[in-house]
Design a protein around this ligand. Structure first.
Ligand SMILES: [Fe+2]
Length: 344
């Protein structure tokens, strides 16, 4: 079997490949690694058969939907998952088969109500139910320390002691552990009394994960992250560097329109010489009167160089095929010492 672990910050994802059939399964893929998964699948000549999320992640962006679109492979999750894009909804004890790979779902609610572990031969992918030296938290939506206690002590920890544990998070690069090691050394598993375990989980008082609402929103709905929206827009838009734009300003041979998308106060305080003020909120409403010539070269700019990308993409959609965006925003332009002029 081909087996590879991927790390993105503290998140771990796993690629399993059957060398006989070339079928592959990805577990808990992370959005920022989408191109790496694609590269590895190609490198090994593997066909992605299943994408599995062990639960609805609240702390990172799942790549499941992006990979499903790219490879046409079904997304498998527990049947209680809220994600509308989950194609295969698993119940406790059910198995996914891809070539010689056989993964059995063990429903282990507690971290979330749709948490499951995946048991395969000598190993178990524990998601956030059991981490090396820890457990998933139970204070996020659908979490429940009572359920986590039952899932751990009533189910997961009953696997053979030598079973290898591969969690969805590891912050110390330890790779994997075993059920026996966790039972012996994991501080949270020393609380074998239900009330003590629940009290410990309640007392953790953890800070909310970064991107909590955005991760839940996108992972539960299949919607895009803001970063995805921006990078998708950027794929269809060429950029002009600040120095390139700087060299094209002034003189009589000016062949491009600079559109400043910021609000009036910011524009009045200082804008690129000759820039047309067209706030982002009015772009579609005023585009026909302000930009009568669709063959003009256009460069959009905003304060931080993000909204300008969306605006340039919108202009291209509308038929302004020479719309580009400034690489960087007015803030960077100012910082680099390029001139700005106030409104008179
Ligand atoms: Fe999680």
């Amino acid at each position: 079997m081909l087996f590879e672990t991927f790390a993105a910050g503290g998140c771990r994802s796993y690629l399993l490949g059957c060398e006989t059939s070339c079928a592959a399964v990805l577990i808990d893929p992370e959005l920022s690694l989408t191109d790496r998964y694609r590269g590895r699948l190609n490198q090994h000549g593997l066909t992605l058969r299943y994408i599995v999320d062990t639960h609805t992640h609240a702390d990172h962006f799942s790549a499941s939907l992006a990979l499903r679109k790219a490879f046409g492979a079904p997304v498998a999750m527990h049947r209680l998952s809220a994600a509308p894009f989950a194609d295969v909804r698993l119940d406790d004890g059910e198995m996914l088969i891809a070539g010689t790979l056989k993964l059995t779902a063990m429903h282990t609610p507690g971290h979330t109500h749709d948490s499951m572990c995946l048991v395969m031969n000598d190993r178990v992918f524990t998601g956030d139910t059991l981490l090396i030296g820890g457990t998933g938290r139970t204070d996020l939506p659908t979490g429940d320390p009572h359920q986590l206690f039952d899932s751990l002590f009533g189910k997961l920890l009953k696997l053979p002691g030598e079973t290898l544990v591969f969690p969805a998070h590891d912050y110390k690069d330890r790779g994997h552990s075993t059920i026996a090691d966790e039972i012996r050394t994991n501080p949270r598993l020393q609380k074998t009394d239900r009330a003590a375990f629940v009290e410990m989980m309640h007392a953790l008082n953890l800070a909310a994960p970064t991107h909590l609402t955005e991760a839940l929103r996108t992972n539960m709905s299949g919607g895009k992250t803001v970063g995805q929206l921006l990078s998708e827009a950027a794929c269809g838009v060429p950029f002009l560097s600040m120095s390139e734009l700087g060299s094209r300003l002034g003189g009589n041979s000016r062949d491009l329109i600079v559109i400043d998308l910021r609000e009036k106060d910011d524009y009045d305080m200082g804008h690129i010489e000759g820039a047309l003020h067209l706030p982002r909120g009015q772009l579609e409403l005023r585009v026909n009167s302000e930009l009568p010539d669709p063959t003009m070269r256009i460069v959009t700019c905003c304060e931080y160089g993000k909204i300008s990308v969306l605006a340039a993409a919108t202009l291209r959609d509308l038929g302004f095929m020479r719309a580009t965006a400034l690489d960087g925003g007015i803030a960077a332009w100012r910082e680099a010492g390029f001139p700005l002029e106030p409104s008179r």
